[in-house]
Design a protein around this ligand. Structure first.
Ligand SMILES: [Zn+2]
Length: 289
């Protein structure tokens, strides 16, 4: 078993073919590790852009990559065919920091090569998820590579951030710090049809309460002081991703504005509920004018 950690840099450009914006890959860097996690080889290449002619200012500033750099690169098809050869035929687990790089790679393969899967991708680990379980973070917060390295006691002064090869080396170093072969097995995802479907799925809020995925128990509110069910005073109104209604406690009379959001994920619905005291609008003033 070998491990390949890769990282991409990209430029956000307008793609005529899709009538929308696409993140065009401009650089790839990767390291190959043996089963003891020793680096045995590295890969680094600029990718000559086909879709966007100029790098965005923000990209140049973040990466210090110049237009001349990418113009000196090879075309996407050449670079990724060389990358595939470099990976070789040994059983491989591919790792990236967060699945954003995988999404962008799929997008580029589709746009530039007309294929919807990545030929060298058989087994995948989201390194960010694997590392994050060992690093204390605020609940639900995704940790950045730099922060994770810092938390793991890695001196990142030797790495230049936001360059593909250095970022993949830094990711590999985080991987070494938390590595456990048995633990890792649970994080390896086979890159089958479901894998691609899951990546393509875009989480979105549910905007209709008649949707069978809406669990009605979230549409109630209990007064925390009286421990009693408050009565809903208004219809549920949908605005800005949340259903909102006013509730009144029948015992203490307290009015509360309850907001509930149902976010449709690939395999579940995430519910977020917030409650604030209800302040009635000042209608009296308007009436007297
Ligand atoms: Zn009450």
């Amino acid at each position: 078993m070998q491990y390949v950690v890769f990282d991409l840099e990209w430029n956000n450009v307008y793609g005529r073919k899709i009538n929308g914006f696409i993140n065009e890959i401009i650089e790839i860097g990767a390291v190959k590790l043996d089963e003891n996690l020793n680096e045995i080889s590295s890969f680094s290449s600029f990718v000559k852009p086909c879709i966007g002619k100029r790098l965005r200012g923000s990209v140049k500033k973040l990466t210090h990559i110049t237009n001349d750099d990418v113009l000196g690169g090879e075309l996407f098809t050449h670079v990724f065919s060389a990358f595939r050869k470099w990976i070789g035929s040994e059983p491989t687990v591919i790792l990236t920091w967060g699945d954003g790089d995988i999404r962008v790679l799929i997008e580029n393969y589709k746009y530039l090569n007309g294929i919807t899967y990545i030929p060298f991708l058989t087994n995948y680990v989201d390194l960010q998820v694997f590392v994050q379980r060992k690093v204390k973070t605020e609940k639900g917060q995704q940790i950045g590579l730099g922060k994770a390295a810092e938390a793991l006691g890695i001196d990142d002064a030797d790495y230049s951030h936001h360059r593909a090869l250095d970022d993949s080396r830094l990711s590999a170093e985080c991987f070494r710090k938390v590595f456990d072969e048995n633990d890792l097995a649970g994080f390896i995802r086979p890159c089958n049809t479901e894998f691609y479907a899951k990546l393509a799925f875009k989480p979105h809020p549910i905007s209709n309460l008649k949707n069978p995925l809406v669990d009605k128990k979230h549409l109630t509110y209990s007064c925390p002081d009286c421990k009693a069910n408050a009565h809903r005073q208004t219809d549920w109104k949908y605005s800005n991703r949340f259903f909102r209604a006013v509730f009144r406690c029948p015992y203490c009379g307290k009015m509360s504005k309850v907001s509930v959001r149902f976010m449709r994920m690939y395999d579940r619905v995430d519910v977020k509920k917030t409650v604030v005291p209800y302040i009635p609008p000042e209608t009296d003033k308007e009436n007297s004018e």
